[in-house]
Design a protein around this ligand. Structure first.
Ligand code: NAP
Ligand code: COA
Length: 264
């Protein structure tokens, strides 16, 4: 159940890069429910249009590749032109596949770094002069791989680690203009493309949840609530932080251990 009021984001404009499916679509939907005017963007134009229709409330769906600065700048200009100066920008576009470094070509590694890290720079750099400043709030979607190395994830670990530092640098550089820059690091989230790739079977799902302190996958809506908090006035003094919305996953392996005396 949400702690936020229904009109919390009335009068705000939000742009969600990668907001045409999964976690980012959940964030865009929640922003719209709370009264924001919303634009979502992804590569596939039909998927973007369908996402906008699913969000409703006048949301617009735009097609662009975040790897191409001109394309993302064009989408941001279109959104600001139709909806007004941007109060909220979320950079969540990402790519992932499971492969060892030796099973990854240079282009495979570069592709993920280009989408996740360079794409986040492009989104934030391109949106800056379209922001409603002071007061604008930016969020990058990162992941636990930024902090905890994971085999078969060299590209994602490198890209998301870069995003974490980019968040902090931009928070320092843009804070004086009244722009807050934060990150959200979701844990394993049920029903998403990301988890379908990382955990393809019920057995792998069980192995993952057994290690999570809260013993379950997260929900898209739970990440969306974190994304509401960070852009709300309740987080007015929060900048340069990365909010783990992950059931404690990043703390380490919390599997039951038979050490006697009980753990909980
Ligand atoms: P998803 O459904 O695959 O969403 C990815 C979004 O990015 C889609 O809208 C996709 O649309 C868009 N996209 C991909 N490449 C793009 C590009 N080059 N340019 C523009 N848009 C692009 O993924 P998800 O699993 O919900 O993950 C969303 C975010 O959460 C990602 O940043 C991911 O790293 C992070 N995350 C996810 C989990 C999880 O459990 N799923 C855990 C930790 C972190 P198109 O394909 O049409 O471009
Ligand atoms: N193992 C090893 N290499 C792989 C791979 C895999 N499973 N999948 C793709 N690659 C390599 C390709 O072979 C290619 O390298 P090459 O030119 O040397 O052969 C490179 O990655 C780029 O692949 P391509 O399919 O041309 O990239 P794309 O830009 O069309 O798609 C991806 C990007 C690969 C990340 C694709 O999976 C995607 O679009 N993902 C978005 C959705 C997603 O990943 N969601 C989860 C977010 S956490």
């Amino acid at each position: 159940m949400s702690a936020f009021k229904d009109n919390l984001l009335a009068g705000k404009t939000a742009f969600v890069a990668g907001g045409t499916s999964g976690i980012n679509l959940g964030i865009a939907k929640r922003y719209a429910e709370l009264g924001a005017k919303v634009a979502v963007a992804g590569r596939n134009a039909e998927k973007a249009a369908n996402a906008a229709a699913e969000i409703g409330r006048g949301a617009i769906g735009l097609s662009c590749d975040v790897r191409d600065y001109g394309q993302i700048r064009g989408a941001l200009e279109e959104a600001a032109g139709q909806l007004g100066p941007l109060d909220i920008v979320v950079s969540g576009a990402a790519g992932n596949f499971v492969a060892p470094a030796l099973g990854m070509s240079a282009n495979g590694f570069k592709t993920v770094v280009d989408i996740d890290l360079n794409g986040t720079f492009n989104v934030f750099r391109a949106c800056y002069d379209l922001l409603n400043r002071p007061g604008a709030s930016l969020i990058a979607i990162t992941a636990g791989q930024a902090v905890n190395p994971a085999m078969m994830q060299a590209h994602v670990c490198a890209a998301k680690a870069g995003i974490n530092q980019l968040i902090r640098v931009l928070a320092m550089e843009w804070g004086p203009a009244g722009v807050r820059v934060n990150g959200i690091s979701p844990g394993p989230i049920a029903g998403t493309e990301g988890m379908a790739r990382l955990s393809p079977t019920p057995e792998s799902d069980r192995a993952i949840t057994a290690r999570i302190p809260l013993r379950r996958f997260g929900e898209v809506g739970e990440v969306a609530e974190s994304a509401v908090f960070l852009v709300s006035s309740s987080a007015a003094y929060v900048s340069g932080t990365i909010l783990d919305c992950d059931g404690g996953s990043q703390l380490g392996d919390a599997r039951d251990r038979d050490i006697g005396g009980g753990m909980s």
